[in-house]
Structures are given as structure tokens and as C-alpha cells.
Design a protein around this ligand. Structure first.
Ligand code: PHE
Ligand code: ZN
Length: 881
């Protein structure tokens, strides 16, 4: 592990390196404890660089075995070699020379899962962001593009399959049980996109004919025997390839495209050129082992990594400050893909829920940073919801502002102008300015300024003057190291809605530029006057979630009820009902804190019933509407002095009230939704299961609820229904004979399937209440659990700390102590996973004072531990600052 130097990297310090590496030839002789890596690099001095400039290569824990320049040994006096850096003090005077470097690495002991490591005996690599320097000394930065040729040598028995980037060019036998394969990737790429896989894997093969008629061989490699479980991923891959041709005109460029699933992986998946490496959780699926959410994630992540081939690989990032250039844009592309493959409205609601659950708290707490940050200590900690999800929202706003056609013209220009480049956000914005002729400089603040903007909006109607007025005021709250903010350009989509849900016409508008149903908010305050408005409209705001902002709207409850029934924008209709639920929950929270029993308006519980039963609406939409705001969502909206127990009580009370008011209707609906046809993971079938399972959750609090859920569990014919019933039993009927029996049955059936056992861990880690910390602690000794596997750690520890408000925030601080100890234990093996876990306490300042003090102590105990990694120190120190 690299030592923490405390160094801060700054965007303004960027300058190109004095050297380039146009060609990289790598030879790997694989063995678990001593793999030899021979790199032969063609090094070229950049035009204008001084002949005496030393060549400084990055390393991370490397052992140098041999070094030659142009075939001659380099004298020790001409070198400075440490595990973390290799300096060639006096490179040859010639502009180009050949540098040979031999290093030795130990994949078997690599538990950080960066560089070359082994996962269930399969050799694999992970190089983004700075893992390549754990393999060989290199200019390990994304603006160094090189053409790679790779030779892999291995024992045939140990590794019959040998894969790398690009196209296969040669293979053969070496005697003594060894064999080799060679791969060549004609597209220059940065080192973070390098990949190698070697091992014994099963293959699912298929092919795809591109737009121009070329045949691409597709392979998905999995643990032998699991090939059938890759069928859905393969289908998603082919649909992604087709979609990128149709939606963006992007064709695949190599003869092969391979995907490998591994069981130990720090993130979701990685877009290495021609050789994507995946967390197996996002490849393997069938109805017996995967939920509908798993299927949807697989589809989205397969698409995401494939789309990176153009947005990330063909056009890459100049430096890591530009991470959102590839990530925000590629998330936008995968969102659009899923919207086209599934239901656009449902997809949009789900995206916004994710953004609010993950990005808003980040933007509103100590870890806030701009979509394009200006400084970092550890780049691994910037693979965040802000860079990814808010980054995607920013691209979506560009499309909203320019319109779909001009946006597409801008994208075409981006590909044309920057293919083969390591580009910047400025380059990206410029193509849209050039394609549209508009000035996007104020808009660009979305990349540069952290924090969630707020719009305060009020409206008045003057019937005599036939004028409807919207007063809109923007503010951007201060964030760490950015106390003063500039005014932003916020595209606010809106609708004026009259009786019966019809749009209200207006004859003119002044006070802001309004185009195609979008108000362009650019100033601190706008008074937008619509003339010729005869009836008082209800106003639908931020339609389709056109901007990632919070709204403070003075809106009559009657209007909110009206919009929840009549808004023609599905997202905003969902939002209106969700706002009503949130308002009711916050009021109930206050009543509970004041020692009162909360009560809910009959028209609210009735509306829940009518949405649930509205056959005009998609079942998936009805399920999303009925799912109450989560405890963390409610906490975020309350903002400060949070008592998670009171929030939990409020939410339970509302669920009970809705179920009680609609018991018979919900039972009838529930009965009618049972799967009749054969299982299919498609969106419509998944939507029916989602609605049925949401109804089950509601009915579970009613008399006979435990028996109903137990029956649901026993009769389930797929994992979606089985896991949903188990969660209902474990959460709503904790400790009941039905819950105990179901948990045991699940363990018996799936005990040897790690990915399914993750669900079992998750369900138990999220059981509300003070006892769960003990359950979780005990489960760390379960034979299916391992502190070394990121999926296991995230399922048990991650779920407990980020998805169990009452358990984790136990009033006596026990949850925090367990958490602090566990984070430090994980860190010894895997700093990256530990640092991510540690972000669970980022909102600690919004807790009530007693919990706040205990959370702070736990954070301080992490900060005070010896030899902290750069990853964890960075998170903990920023969280406490
Ligand atoms: N680049 C990957 C993606 O988003 C994420 C990733 C980052 C994976 C770092 C591994 C390491 O597609
Ligand atoms: Zn990505």
C-alpha cells in the first residue's frame, strides 16, 4: 500500500509530461507469488522538452528486477529506484529510445484488489485509477496514450484461458506445461484501461453484426458451470450495441468484445478496452437467484461499460479532475438506454430517488465537491454520486436547454473533434456552444460549483388583470471551501394546469426567457408574469426533474392533491404525491417528538388507495408511488436535530394508516397480481411483481400479516418474490416464528451461493431496532461471510451502516463503535472499500446532539488509528473538518 504523503493534487498544477510512451509491450509470466512483468516501452521526448529532463515513472510497492535502455543495462548511479517511483536521471539524447523494465509482483497476496490480483484462482487486473503502477513503472496518467501488445505466459492447467485488450494475434505451446497468448490493441489507450485475465473459466459465446456489417465475436466468461447464468447479460450486451448505433451513431471497433465476471471486485465493473471486467453480481442471473432489481442493474451496467468504449476509451480524460467527462456522460447514456428499453417515466422516478438518496446528502454535507473537483488527496474517493449521478444530470440539462437535435449535433461534433484525445470538460462544453451558437459559460458553473441549488417559488393569480405570476428566487448554499457562490443557469420545466388537468393557455410572458415549457432561471430573482390567464392554474414545477435542485414552494395542499391526480407529467405527478407523503411524515415526526399520536388525513390515505388501484397507471409506477419515502429521505428533508427512532415511528404509523384504510382493496389487488404466465424479467412483469410486493409490505402490518407473508415466501417461484417476503417477515415481524423459519429455510437452500447469501445478510442487517448491531456482529462469523470480499462486506456492514437508520444510529452509540472497529479491520486488507464504508457517517452533523457526540467520537477513533491509508484518512478528515 502506498504511504500517505498527505499530498494534495490540484487541477491548476496540470501540465503535460516531458515524455510520451507511444508503444507498450508487456510480457507476463504468471505465478501466484512471483509474477514476472517485462515492459518494453518506446519512450519519446515531447517536442520542446529539455534534453536533460529526467524521466520520472510512477510505481506503487514495486520491486525492480532489471532495467535497460536501448538494450544496455542502466548503471545504478543513473537511476533512482524506490517502490513508488523510478527516476531515470539522464535519459538518452535521442528523441526516441527503448526502455526495458522488469518487475516482480505477487498477485496471490494482493487483497487491495488493485493492480494484478487473484480472485478464486483467476488472475485479473484492476487499473483505474492508479492500479497500473502496481504492475510496472509507468507514466500512469490518463493523458499518456499508448498502443499495447501483450504476451501472457501461464501454466496451461492453471490458466487455460488467457485474455487481454484488443484482438487475439497469436498463441501456442511453450513446453513443460506452459503456454502463451498474444493480444494487440490497435487503439492507443491510457494505462488505466489495460486489463489481463488468466484462469479456468467457462464461456458463453455469441456474435453481433455492426452497422457497417462487421461481425464481432462476443464472449462472457464466468466460473465454469455458470455459463447459463450469463444469458441475460449477453442479451443486454447485444441490445446495448444496437442502441448505441441507433441513438448515438456509435459502432464497435474491435473484432472481439469480452466480459469476465470475478467474485472479488471493488466496484461494479470496469470498461477496459475490449475486455470489461465485472463484479459477478452484475453478470450472473436467473429467476431462481436474481431479483428484478438485479436484472435491471445488470442491463444498466453492461450498457454503461459498453458505452464507455466511445465515452471514456476512444475519448478519454486528460487528468482525473475530468472524471465526470466520461462518467457523468456515460451514466446519462445508460439512463437513456434503460429508459428506452423499459418505462421512461418509471426510470426517471427511480433515477431521481437514487440521486436524492445518495447525491443530495453528499452535496449537503462535509464531503461536498463540484462535479469537476479542483483538488483531491486520493482520487479513489472521487468515484462519487456527484461525479456520476449529478454529472449525468448536468448532461441532461444541456439536452434540455439545447433540444434533442442540437444536443445530438453537439455529441456528433464531440466524437468527430476529439476521437483519440484525452479531453477536458471545457472541450465538452465547447462542442455544444459551437453546435448551438449559445454561450454556456453561466451554465458551466454546474461543473465547477458544489452544492444543491434551491429555488424558492410562490405564485399569485390576479383574475381582474388575467395575470399569473411566479416569483422565483435562487440560492446556492455554501459548501466546504466555497463560501460564496455565483448565480446559476437553472432550466426549470413547468406546466400550468387547469380544471380537469388541461393545460392553461397564456398569451404572453415576461420576466424570464421561457422556451418549450422551460423557464431559464439565471438571475437571483425573477418575477415571471404570464398574461391572458383567465383561471387560476395549479403549477407543476421542475417537470421531469429538469434540474437537480431543491424547491421551497408555497403551494396549497389542494393544489398538491390536484397535481397528484392530474399532472400530465408522470414524474411530477409522482412528485406531488411524494411531497404530500413527506409533509405528512414530517408532521407526524413532530407530533411523536411532542409525545402525541400522529394522525393522517383521510384524503391522503384515500389517494394512496386510488393510485394503487388505478388501472390506467403502470403497475411499476403505482409501486413507486406507494413506497413511502425512506427514513433517510425524511431525515434529509427535516435537515437537523434528527432522531431516527421518531422518524421510524412516523413512517410505521403512516404505513399502518394507509393499510388500514385500504385493507380490502389492497387484498383484492394483491390477489389479482399473482404471476400467471411463465417468469419473464421484462419491465412490465417486474412492475406487477413490484406492486404486489409493495402491497404485501403494507398488508403485513394488518391482522394476519405474518401468515400472508409466510405464504408469499413459501409459494414464491422467483427470487424477487422470495426475497421480498423474507424482508417483510424479518422487518415487520422480527423474531416471529414465521420470520425465524423463513430465514433458516433461505439459508438452507442458498447457503452455498454467495451472491444469494448477500441478500440474506442484507435483509438481516437492515432489520430496524437496537438489537441489530448484535445480529450483524454475530453474522461476521458466519461461514458465508468474509471480511476480504467486497460484496460480503457491503451486504452486511454497508447495509447496516447506510440503510439501517434505527440500528446504526442506536442511541447509545453502539452501532457507531462496531462500525469504527469494522472499518479499521476492512482497511487492513482493502483501503478503498473501507473508505467508501466510512462515508456512512457523512451526515453526522444533522443528528440530535447526543448521537452527534457519539458519532464524532467514533470518527475520531478512526482518525486516531495508526498507519491510516490515504483513502480512509482523506474521508475521515474531510468528514470531521
Ligand atoms: N470506471 C468504472 C465505471 O464506472 C468504475 C470503476 C472505477 C471501477 C474504479 C473500478 C475502479 O464504469
Ligand atoms: Zn463508468
Amino acid at each position: 500500500m502506498r504511504t500517505d504523503t498527505g499530498q494534495v493534487f490540484k487541477l491548476e498544477d496540470y501540465r503535460p509530461n516531458d515524455y510520451l510512451i507511444p508503444q507498450t509491450n508487456l510480457t507476463f509470466r504468471l505465478s501466484p507469488d512471483a509474477t514476472r512483468v517485462t515492459a518494453v516501452l518506446t519512450v519519446e521526448r515531447r517536442d520542446g522538452a529539455s534534453v536533460s529532463a529526467p524521466l520520472v515513472l510512477d510505481g506503487d510497492g514495486l520491486t525492480l528486477k532489471r532495467i535497460e535502455i536501448d538494450g544496455k543495462k542502466v548503471k545504478p548511479a543513473d537511476l533512482l529506484a524506490t517502490p513508488d517511483q523510478l527516476t531515470i536521471l539522464k535519459p538518452p539524447a535521442a528523441r526516441r529510445f527503448q526502455l526495458l523494465i522488469e518487475t516482480e509482483v505477487a498477485p496471490a497476496g494482493n487483497e487491495a484488489l488493485m493492480g494484478l490480483y487473484r480472485s478464486s484462482h483467476v488472475y485479473c487486473t484492476q487499473c483505474e485509477a492508479e492500479g497500473f503502477r502496481r504492475i510496472t513503472y509507468f507514466l500512469d496518467r490518463p493523458d499518456i496514450l499508448s498502443v499495447y501488445t501483450v504476451r501472457i505466459e501461464a501454466l496451461r492447467d492453471e490458466a487455460p484461458l488467457l485474455l487481454s485488450n484488443g484482438n487475439p494475434v497469436d498463441k501456442g505451446d511453450l513446453g513443460d506445461g506452459w503456454h502463451y497468448a498474444m493480444w494487440h490493441d490497435p487503439f492507443p489507450k491510457p494505462s488505466y484501461l489495460f486489463a489481463l485475465v488468466a484462469g479456468n473459466l467457462g464461456q458463453l459465446a455469441d456474435s453481433f453484426v455492426t452497422l457497417s456489417g462487421r461481425t464481432v465475436e462476443l464472449g462472457i466468461y464466468v466460473e465454469p458451470g455458470k455459463e447459463k447464468l450469463a444469458g441475460y447479460a449477453m442479451d443486454a450486451l447485444k441490445r446495448s450495441m444496437k442502441w448505441d448505433e441507433e441513438a448515438f451513431g456509435r459502432e464497435y471497433d474491435l473484432d472481439v468484445f469480452n466480459i469476465v465476471a470475478v467474485s472479488d471486485f471493488n466496484m461494479g465493473a470496469m470498461e477496459n478496452k475490449g475486455l470489461n471486467i465485472f463484479n459477478d453480481k452484475y453478470v450472473l442471473a436467473d429467476r431462481e437467484t436474481a431479483t428484478d432489481a438485479d436484472f435491471a442493474n445488470i442491463e444498466a451496467i453492461i450498457a454503461h461499460e459498453y458505452f464507455h468504449n466511445w465515452t471514456g476509451n476512444r475519448i478519454t480524460c486528460r487528468d482525473w479532475f475530468q472524471l465526470c467527462l466520461k462518467e457523468g456522460l456515460t451514466v446519462f447514456r445508460d439512463h437513456e438506454f434503460s429508459a428506452d428499453q423499459r418505462s421512461r417515466a418509471v426510470k426517471r422516478i427511480a433515477e431521481v430517488r437514487t440521486l436524492r438518496a445518495h447525491q443530495f446528502p453528499e452535496d449537503q454535507g462535509p464531503l461536498a465537491h463540484p462535479v469537476r473537483p479542483r483538488r483531491y488527496r486520493e482520487i479513489n474517493n472521487f468515484y462519487t454520486a456527484t461525479v456520476y449521478e449529478k454529472g449525468s444530470e448536468v448532461v441532461r440539462m444541456i439536452r434540455t436547454i439545447l433540444g434533442a437535435d442540437v444536443f445530438r449535433a453537439g455529441m456528433d461534433l464531440y466524437f468527430e473533434r476529439h476521437d483519440g484525445d484525452a479531453a477536458t470538460i471545457e472541450d465538452f462544453i465547447k462542442v455544444f456552444e459551437d453546435a448551438s451558437g449559445r454561450d454556456l459559460s453561466q451554465f458551466a458553473l454546474w461543473y465547477h460549483q458544489a452544492g444543491t441549488p434551491n429555488l424558492t417559488i410562490s405564485s399569485t393569480h390576479n383574475p381582474a388583470a388575467q395575470e399569473f405570476t411566479l416569483e422565483i428566487e435562487q440560492s446556492v448554499p455554501p459548501t466546504p471551501s466555497e463560501s460564496r457562490k455565483r448565480l446559476m443557469h437553472i432550466p426549470l420545466a413547468f406546466g400550468l394546469i387547469g380544471a380537469g388537468g388541461k393545460p392553461v393557455e397564456y398569451s404572453g410572458v415576461e420576466g424570464a426567457s421561457v422556451e418549450d415549457g422551460v423557464i431559464h432561471v439565471r438571475k437571483r430573482r425573477h418575477v415571471v408574469r404570464f398574461s391572458g390567464v383567465t383561471e387560476r392554474p395549479a403549477v407543476s414545477l421542475n417537470r421531469g426533474f429538469s434540474a437537480p435542485v431543491t424547491l421551497s414552494v408555497e403551494q396549497k395542499a389542494d393544489d398538491q392533491f390536484f397535481l397528484a391526480r392530474h399532472d400530465s407529467d408522470a414524474f411530477s405527478r409522482w412528485q406531488a404525491f411524494n411531497t404530500l407523503l413527506t409533509d405528512a411524515l414530517i408532521a407526524a415526526f413532530r407530533e411523536i417528538l411532542g409525545g402525541k399520536q400522529p394522525a393522517f388525513a383521510a384524503r391522503l390515505t384515500e389517494l394512496a388507495g386510488s393510485i394503487a388501484g388505478d388501472e390506467m397507471l403502470e403497475p411499476a409506477y403505482r409501486a413507486l408511488a406507494l413506497a413511502l419515502p425512506g427514513e433517510a429521505d425524511i431525515a434529509r428533508d427535516i435537515g437537523r436535530n434528527i432522531d431516527p427512532d421518531a422518524i421510524y415511528a412516523a413512517r410505521e404509523a403512516l404505513a399502518l394508516a394507509i393499510g388500514t384504510a385500504n385493507r380490502d382493496a389492497f387484498s383484492g389487488l394483491y390477489g389479482g397480481l399473482a404471476d400467471k404466465a411463465a417468469f419473464s424479467p421484462d419491465a412490465a412483469s417486474a412492475g406487477r411483481r413490484a406492486l404486489r410486493n409493495t402491497l404485501l409490505d403494507c398488508l403485513a402490518l394488518q391482522p394476519g400479516g405474518a401468515a400472508l407473508a409466510a405464504g408469499h415466501f413459501q409459494s414464491a417461484t422467483n427470487m424477487t418474490d422470495r426475497a421480498a417476503a423474507l424482508a417483510v417477515l424479518a422487518h415487520r415481524h422480527h423474531g416471529s416464528p414465521e420470520a425465524i423459519k423463513a430465514l433458516a429455510a433461505f439459508e438452507t437452500i442458498y447457503g452455498s451461493d454467495p451472491l444469494v447469501m448477500d441478500k440474506w445478510f442484507q435483509i438481516q442487517a437492515s432489520v430496524p431496532g437496537p438489537q441489530t448491531v448484535d445480529t450483524v456482529r454475530a453474522l461476521t462469523s458466519h461461514p458465508a461471510f468474509s471480511m476480504g470480499n467486497p460484496n460480503r462486506v457491503r451486504s452486511l456492514i454497508g447495509t447496516f451502516s447506510s440503510a439501517n437508520q434505527t440500528g446504526f444510529h442506536r442511541a447509545d452509540g453502539e452501532g457507531y463503535w462496531f462500525f469504527a472497529q469494522t472499518v479499521l479491520e476492512v482497511e487492513k486488507r482493502n483501503p478503498q472499500v473501507a473508505a467508501r464504508l466510512a462515508t456512512a457517517l457523512r451526515s453526522w452533523r444533522s443528528l440530535e446532539p447526543l448521537r452527534q457526540a457519539k458519532a464524532r467520537e467514533a470518527l475520531l477513533s478512526i482518525a486516531g488509528a495508526e498507519n491510516l491509508s490515504a483513502d480512509l484518512r482523506d474521508i475521515v478528515e474531510r468528514t470531521l473538518a
